[in-house]
Write a protein that binds this ligand. Sequence first.
Ligand code: IPE
Ligand code: IPE
Ligand code: MG
Length: 242
Amino acid sequence: MTATTGTIPAHIAVIMDGNGRWATKRGLPRTKGHKAGTEAARAIVTHCREIGVRHLTLYTFSKENWARPKEEVGTLFDLLTSFLKNEQKQLLEQDIRLKVLGDVDGLPLAVRTVLKRVMEKTAGCAGMTLNLALNYGGRDEIVRACRRLVQQGLAPEQIDEQALSRELFTAGQPDPDLVIRTSGEIRISNYLLFQTAYSEFYFTDVLWPDFTPDHLDAAIADLNSRQRRFGKTGQQLEQDDK
Ligand code: IPE
Ligand code: IPE
Ligand code: MG
């Protein structure tokens, strides 16, 4: 276990990017990059649990990722299925609850089946919540939430930020304090659009399969060196701290 100092963020959200390039650099098929990416994810889940992160969200498959070659999509779901099967015991032992953010009904049956089982088994776990953003799109999530508010017959004045938040996949969870994106890309790619209104962003050139707990600690240290102002002045915040 690596040493981490300072405040541990309550919620870290990660865009695990760069698996394909990691493999290509090594003359391997992209699918090998996804396999290596799964190992990196496993280590980060355990590390987050150890250092006391309460919510970890991993961008696992976006709605837009359906546009990839069929074979790659198939491999991604196969890897996810075996990851869940292998991790079930570990998750329980580590007291980690599994949740899915996204359109579960649109996932292949084999994936849905194993997800349902692991979610049921870990429903009582309270050490950390592991959210897998799966078949997820941030705009889609907001549209769904609006539809549900309309279905519930809310009057316009009853629709506020809290009401909308309650209908998001992340209902009841704090907004991410920190969003990490690997592989040097500096964009949000339709991730947690509503929830990241005041998140801090950390971009690194490290490709996801190479991302280690030490890299995560560096991201947290960077976050702890920043002042989150939420619209206030730096002076006001210093006063608030007194
Ligand atoms: C992230 O790695 C994994 C998924 C999007 C599923 P990529 O597969 O996007 O890797 P690059 O960006 O092509 O290197
Ligand atoms: C974002 O990565 C989605 C996941 C990490 C699952 P992408 O590689 O799909 O994002 P873009 O297409 O480069 O924006
Ligand atoms: Mg990518």
